[in-house]
Ligand binder design. Sequence first.
Ligand SMILES: Nc1ncnc2c1ncn2[C@@H]1O[C@H](COP(=O)(O)OP(=O)(O)OP(=O)(O)O)[C@@H](O)[C@H]1O
Length: 336
Amino acid sequence: MAHVRVSLSSPFLGSLVSSSPRSLRRPFPLPKSAPSSSTMASLGDDPIREWILTEGKATEITRISPIGGGCINHASRYDTDSGSFFVKTNRRIGPSMFEGEALGLSAMYATQSIHVPRPYKVGPLPTGGSFIIMEFIEFGSSRGNQSVLGKKLAEMHKAGKSSKGFGFDVDNTIGSTPQINNWSSDWIEFFVEHRLGYQLKLALDQYRDSTIYEKGQRLSKNLQPLFEGVVIEPCLLHGDLWSGNISSDKNGDPVILDPACYYGHNEAEFGMSWCAGFGGSFYSSYFEVMPKQPGFEKRRDLYMLYHYLNHYNLFGSGYRSSALSIIEDYLRMLKV
Ligand SMILES: Nc1ncnc2c1ncn2[C@@H]1O[C@H](COP(=O)(O)OP(=O)(O)OP(=O)(O)O)[C@@H](O)[C@H]1O
């Protein structure tokens, strides 16, 4: 999914902070009558209505309201006599993007740990494009309790195990950049090839940035000392955990949305922490469930580097110096 990354601590985007990213726009009331035969005949033209009025077990859709906040997709709330549904549509991109999102949501949902919307249906739109229908979540007013967020995220990491190694069953996107998830039994190899390597090559191709490419490659070949004494089990990651994808439900429990899931080193989950505002209570609760591993602090910037490079590739040179200085600091530290 595409994002404009907004971090209160970001020196680049501070003025873009939206005051109410989750606010609903003006709703469009629908007629309350039961579906007529002509409506029924046209249901096949509208697979969203069709699913809601059949498998969704509703007999009428009472209102459809657009929801703001997203960047690349159109989001709506469908209110029905069997509850509300959250629907995203994209008029240009086929179902593969939403299939990736749905598989990620299903995997996280299956851990029964942190609240994520349950995905119901993905499909093509008859006029081109695609849709996803999922559980509608009524958000609460607060951002939720940091300590509970840390604990529940760690529970998800602990419960979400993989028998296939590092990767995911489908590729997905990080922002709008493809994220390759080919399975691998070796975490460093996976991270070097499909995370750092992909972004470095993109920077070379689109900006001809041979400096960042060559220094980044040199770092990639010398990562081993950062992982000494660490046992890395693949665990389910949200993959794009920043403040725009974290909320709370009306009970105050944390909710995480809009994932770019894969199975990876749990510490890679903190790669977006520079846009997430995690505090001390978040980390202490997290580490009670998923103990901190030796060298955690040394690897923290490495995992951020992937996302800084992605921001550089998505949004341009404002992020280049952050990415380059992380690379150069590591080259100095590792003496390579
Ligand atoms: N299950 C849900 N129930 C209710 N509201 C939701 C749900 N999922 C997302 N939203 C809200 O809908 C808005 C758009 O969703 P989302 O951010 O997933 O859209 P997108 O266009 O796919 O993403 P992006 O932000 O990556 O462009 C967000 O502001 C979010 O708060």
